[in-house]
Design a protein around this ligand. Structure first.
Ligand SMILES: CC(C)(COP(=O)(O)OP(=O)(O)OC[C@H]1O[C@@H](n2cnc3c(N)ncnc32)[C@H](O)[C@@H]1OP(=O)(O)O)[C@@H](O)C(=O)NCCC(=O)NCCS
Length: 180
């Protein structure tokens, strides 16, 4: 359990499946999280259940999905994860999605991201963290820059959003930048 002022990160549980099914079938969440990639959602409960089952057995030495819980009412409002953790290079990739729309823009995602970074740079002693989003997701890019992430590059026209193409924006954060 990693606790902040408004949210805590706790281990994923079997009971979180309902919330994940709801988020993955919310077109607005799918839009902002992936640019509306149909491979992300809508998705059936059955398909997600087997994926969830695997996530519950993640080995935290390489990957882990946390549930973001609102401290005010204990509600699961999103997820934060790391993957591809490489202890030799001290590197991992993170992701953050607040699935409850009424919690967007209130700093909950930003705090969850900071808690995850504190865990990775602190307890896990990583050297750098990778993160990416698509160029139309202004709120996410602002949140990432505010956490200290630096834009390191773009994959041009890599994300299709309806009939338009956006860049995939690649961010990186080094331990010394985080500490500063
Ligand atoms: C992206 C996300 C993690 C950001 O977390 P958050 O706690 O909601 O963000 P914050 O409230 O801290 O706001 C971050 C910044 O965006 C700005 N912002 C808020 N709402 C915005 C909006 N609708 N459009 C543009 N900017 C917005 C805030 O003012 C803040 O900028 P500032 O620090 O310069 O003032 C969260 O909103 C979310 O999960 N959204 C849905 C899924 C998603 O986009 N996932 C990211 C995929 S990579």
């Amino acid at each position: 359990m990693i606790e902040g002022k408004s949210v805590r990160l706790r281990a994923l549980s079997a009971e979180d499946l309902d919330a994940h099914v709801r988020w993955r079938n919310d077109p607005e969440v799918v839009h902002w999280a992936t640019g509306g990639n149909p491979q992300f959602g809508p998705v059936t409960r059955e398909a997600l259940a087997s994926f969830h089952e695997v996530r519950l057995r993640d080995d935290p030495r390489s990957e882990c999905t946390f549930t973001v819980e609102d401290l005010a009412d204990g509600r699961a409002i999103g997820m934060a994860d790391y993957r591809d953790l490489n202890p030799f290079t001290g590197r991992a990739t993170v992701g953050i999605t607040i699935g409850e729309r009424d919690r967007w823009g209130g700093g909950y995602g930003s705090e969850a991201l900071r808690l995850l970074l504190g865990h990775l740079f602190g307890a896990c002693r990583l050297r750098r963290v990778d993160l990416e989003t698509w160029s139309g997701n202004e709120r996410a890019m602002r949140a990432f820059r505010a956490a200290g992430f630096v834009e390191e590059g773009r994959r041009r026209a890599a994300v299709r959003v309806g009939d338009t193409w956006h860049d995939e924006v690649l961010f990186g954060l080094l331990k010394e930048e985080w500490t500063a």
